[in-house]
Structures are given as structure tokens and as C-alpha cells.
Write a protein that binds this ligand. Structure first.
Ligand code: UT7
Length: 337
């Protein structure tokens, strides 16, 4: 296998990241907010998760507000006009409507052409599923400017009376513009991996109110339309999968060329344990869970955008992006800057 073949497993045209953006709502929710009405404490939340505060949408804001703002920032960064975009993919579990896809809302609000627009439901792995999908469309040679967006409005899906989930999540979104790498000359999507284990569906889901058991007053009363999670089991899955993903991303790579790890922000302890296990120095790992909590599909692209804006990414070094979530799903990508 030549180096070129190794670098382009998904099609004849390698994709690059031409522009990056993100958006989080202004409304800050600190840990003390929960202390006022739940049996929890700032100390417990910080020790067990690393979260100090998170952002939630204001009542009059919608998830698409975040997706549109993140996409606009990415398009401006890429120097791409609305009329140039030929596909929009949104990885999310919390679009504006149960149906249709929020990608269609985003398309209309951004004034894009009548291009393809669809959502991907891969929970916290949603952005990396969208990135892999977008890179693959670029890879066919038929698409030139793909918007890949990831994010969630978790404040709208959690049971705010359930201390085991309410404190964990925040709202936010990020976006990239993908182009043929020969056009944008940066952010080469060198490789990606996607996976799922549907046996894990019961561990993290919104059990009722979907099409299997449509909404009833009883479901509402029992709060079964909100997220239910077996936290400890999801933690164990994520810790093991994180190690697997890092191992996948680093295989055959020179560790000296590792720029940054950009992992899903689920729990600070998981990340510290996994990276220590593989001997990755803590100063190579980006975090923002302390500021935003777990923003589900938003966490990886927000972190990517913040790292990019701080000027952290060095040419020819590689970034490792990794995520895991409900489904159970996981996804990784190696990006050569
Ligand atoms: O992106 C995918 C989304 N999934 C996740 O983010 C979940 C991953 N899992 C985790 O991050 C951790 O499992 C949690 C942070 C959710 C929980 O931490 P843990 O160390 O695994 O705690 P635990 O679930 O074993 O619970 C320990 C205790 C329990 O009390 P008892 O049974 O020992 O009396 C819980 O009821 O902590 C209790 N607890 C809380 N106490 C205070 C659970 N939530 C809270 C809370 N405040 N908010």
C-alpha cells in the first residue's frame, strides 16, 4: 500500500477542512443552580465529571439557532458563500422538530441552494458521523463544499428533576466546511472509523414518545420521554472505547506528530484515565467540559473550533477526534493539519 492509498481510504478525492465554527448559547447554568432544587452539590458534580458550568438555550431560542450560527462562522472562515454549498448534513438528536430534518431548516435559514440536506442520528457521535459522511461525499468527486454540523440542545431532552442526568449536559454546536483537500490545502481528513453496538440501546435512550410508543399522558406523567441513562455502564463502555479509538488513531503513526487529542467531552475522569493508559501526555489533550458540560454531538466540533481559534494546530501534525454515545455508537477521525 502506498502512502497515498493509506491516506485516502474513502474515495478518490481526499477531503480537507476549509472552515470551522461553533456556537454556544449565552445563558450560563452553574452547578449552584442544581443545588437549589436537587439533592446534589457543586463538589459532587466537579469531582465526578469535571463540570463547573454549562450553557442552555434561552426559552425563546431553538436548536437551529445554534446550527445556523456555527455554520455561518465556518462558512465565513472558509470564504464560502451560501450559493457554493452543495450538501448539508447535521449530526444531532435534538433538531427543531421530531420530523423533518433540522438540516432542511438550516438550509432554508442560511439561504443555501436546493441542495441535499439530511440529519444523522448518532447521538454524541453525531458530528463525527456527519464529518465522515461529508468527507465521503467529497471523496466521490461530485461535491465541492459540504457543510457538516454537529450539536445538541440537551437541555430540551433531559429530565431536569433527575439528578443523575440533569447536571451532565449542555447545549452547543459546531460546524465545518469540507472541500477537496487540493482546494483548501488544510485539515486533511486522513482516515475515519465508525461503529455501533445496538445491543446497547437500553443503556441510553428516550424510552417512549417515539413511533414505537407514541406520546400519551401517562408517558408524560412518568417522564419517560426524557433521557434515561445507565450512567455507570455507559461510563465503562466509553472508557474502553476511548482507549480503542486512541489506539486505532495512533496505529502506524509517529507519536511525535500528534498535535492534539480532541475527545468527546463526556467525563473528565474517563479522558484522563484513557490517555494516561496509553501514555499520551495530558498537555496534548483538549478539554472544555468545565465550561460547557457534555454537549453531545456539539462537544468535538466546539473543541475543534476553539483549538483552531487559539492557533493551537501546527502544520503537518495530526489531530485525533473521538466520540461515543447512545446507540451505542462510536466514531473517530484523524486529521492532518
Ligand atoms: O455522552 C454520553 C452521555 N453519558 C455520560 O455522560 C455518562 C457517563 N457516565 C458518567 O459520567 C458517570 O457514570 C456519572 C457522572 C453519570 C456518575 O458517576 P459515577 O461515579 O459513575 O457514579 P454512580 O452512577 O456510580 O453513582 C454514585 C452515587 C449514587 O448514589 P448511591 O447509590 O451510591 O447512594 C448516585 O445516586 O452518586 C449518586 N448520584 C449523585 N449524587 C449527587 C448520581 N448523580 C448524582 C448527583 N449528585 N448529580
Amino acid at each position: 500500500m502506498t502512502d497515498d492509498e493509506k491516506a485516502v481510504p474513502y474515495g478518490p478525492v481526499p477531503a480537507g477542512i476549509a472552515g470551522i465554527g461553533h456556537h454556544v448559547p449565552d445563558r450560563v447554568i452553574d452547578n449552584e443552580y442544581f443545588e437549589k432544587y436537587l439533592d446534589t452539590s457543586d463538589e459532587w458534580i466537579q469531582q465526578r465529571t469535571g463540570i463547573v458550568q454549562r450553557r442552555w438555550l434561552a426559552e425563546d431560542e431553538k436548536p437551529s439557532d445554534m446550527f445556523v450560527a456555527a455554520a455561518e462562522m465556518a462558512m465565513e472562515d472558509a470564504g464560502v458563500r451560501p450559493e457554493d454549498v452543495d450538501l448539508v448534513v447535521v449530526g444531532t438528536a435534538s433538531g427543531d422538530y421530531l420530523a423533518p430534518a433540522v438540516a432542511c431548516v438550516v438550509q432554508a435559514r442560511l439561504g443555501l441552494p436546493k441542495c441535499g440536506a439530511f440529519d444523522i442520528m448518532a447521538a454524541c457521535s453525531g458530528f463525527l458521523y456527519a464529518l465522515a459522511t461529508g468527507a465521503s461525499f467529497i471523496g466521490t468527486g461530485r461535491y465541492r463544499n459540504v457543510l457538516a454540523i454537529g450539536g445538541d440542545a440537551m437541555s430540551r431532552l433531559i429530565d431536569q428533576e433527575d439528578r443523575s442526568t440533569a447536571v451532565l449536559f449542555g447545549d452547543g454546536a459546531g460546524a465545518v466546511v469540507l472541500q477537496p483537500h487540493e482546494v483548501c490545502r488544510r485539515g486533511l481528513v486522513e482516515d475515519y472509523v465508525l461503529g455501533a453496538d445496538g445491543e446497547g440501546v437500553p443503556l441510553l435512550l428516550r424510552p417512549k414518545g417515539g413511533a414505537a410508543e407514541p406520546m400519551t399522558e401517562e408517558i408524560l406523567r412518568n417522564r419517560e420521554h426524557f433521557i434515561h441513562m445507565e450512567g455507570r455502564k455507559v461510563y465503562r463502555f466509553a472508557a474502553a472505547r476511548m482507549i480503542w479509538l486512541l489506539d486505532w488513531a495512533m496505529r502506524d503513526q509517529d507519536p511525535e506528530e500528534l498535535g492534539w487529542m480532541i475527545p468527546h467531552q463526556m467525563n473528565r475522569r474517563i479522558l484522563e484515565q484513557a490517555t494516561a493508559h496509553l501514555g499520551i501526555p495530558p498537555n496534548k489533550v483538549l478539554h472544555n467540559i468545565q465550561k460547557y458540560g457534555n454537549t453531545s454531538a456539539g462537544s468535538v466540533p466546539i473543541l475543534l473550533s476553539e483549538g483552531y481559534r487559539k492557533g493551537l494546530f501546527e502544520k503537518d501534525k495530526f489531530l485525533v477526534l473521538g466520540a461515543f454515545g447512545a446507540g451505542l455508537t462510536w466514531a473517530g477521525a484523524r486529521i492532518r493539519w
